[in-house]
Ligand binder design. Structure first.
Ligand SMILES: O=C(O)c1[nH]c(=O)[nH]c(=O)c1Cl
Length: 309
């Protein structure tokens, strides 16, 4: 149908899904995603052991988006593996986001997930900010190379990566070159939040989240142009891979922008957090209206068709 999409040869009724971290920590949230009009769903980035995460308030919405320093609160990978074992893949595809605190933890989780022999799609989170003291892997190109080499060896089947935003053409070039050296990396999700921003409330003359003196990753309107640039930069540089767009989606228009930039699927974070799962019916309808108005009959006809001047 008009909104059909595919990734790794798997079919999706809609290109829309949640961004990992939103509406996906607990079974009830995942079931709400399953019942929604999203084409697929992804679990909260998981660690080997359950984590409470950072002290609250750790998420705040603003007029232009959101800021968070959650600190990887999750139920531990076995909780999400249980969900993946029970999931009905004929209903809609399921992604698992993995964000171990070390290469060893990631290998242990990937080994356990691999041994479960499930059709779940793995998105390896290379950009989990907000864990104080831990460097962001994707900003350390040697660490990223090592992680991808180990994950390719242990997982030994197609997977994807969740990337932070880059802001320098030389960094797009180097990150893409590393990803292109790992053929099992079949999709790239751009972007994670823009890290270590600071939101100030002038009434209280204060920061708005407790962890890290108020420093946190931002999402929403703040990040849309950066998200589109990262989607398009990796779409141009990685012809043998697919790109999932994430960042700044709140209406059909931004979904359409991500598709033009090269996205195969599109994730929704801040706007989903604020509006709830009903957003997917709205976004599907708004996207369909744009496609019909412009005479498109499939997402393929739009993907990557961004014109330059
Ligand atoms: O603080 C978090 O849990 C978090 N927050 C984000 O904005 N992105 C991530 O990948 C993670 Cl893991």
């Amino acid at each position: 149908s008009l909104l059909s999409a595919s990734l790794l040869g798997i079919d999706f009724a809609s290109p829309l899904m949640n961004a990992s971290g939103v509406c996906c920590r607990y079974n009830e949230e995942l079931d709400a995603m399953l019942a929604s009009d999203a084409g697929s769903l992804i679990t909260k980035s998981c660690t080997l052991l359950p984590r409470e995460g950072n002290p609250e308030p750790r998420y705040t919405a603003t007029a232009l988006g959101s800021i968070n320093s959650m600190g990887l609160p999750n139920e531990g990978y076995e909780y999400y593996l249980d969900y993946a074992v029970k999931h009905d893949y004929a209903k809609k595809p399921l992604f698992m986001s993995v964000a171990g605190l070390s290469l060893e933890d990631n290998m242990a989780m990937l080994t356990a997930i691999r041994e479960a022999k499930l059709p779940a799609i793995v998105e390896l989170n290379l950009s989990c900010p907000n864990v104080p003291g831990k460097p962001q892997i994707a900003y350390d190109f040697e660490a990223m190379e090592s992680m991808l080499e180990a994950a390719s060896r242990v997982w030994a089947q197609p997977f994807g990566v969740k990337m932070p935003p880059y802001f320098d053409i030389a960094h797009f070039d180097e990150a893409a070159a590393i990803l292109n050296r790992h053929p099992l990396v079949k999709f790239i999700t751009c972007i994670n939040s823009i890290g270590n921003a600071l939101v100030i409330d002038i009434e209280r003359e204060s920061v708005v989240i407790k962890p890290k003196d108020g420093f946190g990753g931002i999402g929403g309107d703040y990040v849309l142009p950066t998200a589109l640039a990262n989607v398009n930069a990796f779409f141009r540089r990685c012809p043998d891979k697919q790109v999932i767009g994430c960042g700044g989606v709140k209406s059909g228009a931004e979904v359409f922008m991500h598709l033009l930039a090269g996205a195969s699927l599109v994730q929704v974070g801040t706007a989903l957090q604020e509006e709830g799962c009903g957003i997917f019916a709205r976004l599907n309808a708004e996207l369909a209206e744009i496609l019909q108005r412009k005479g498109y009959r499939s997402l393929e006809e739009v993907r990557g068709k961004l014109r330059t001047l």
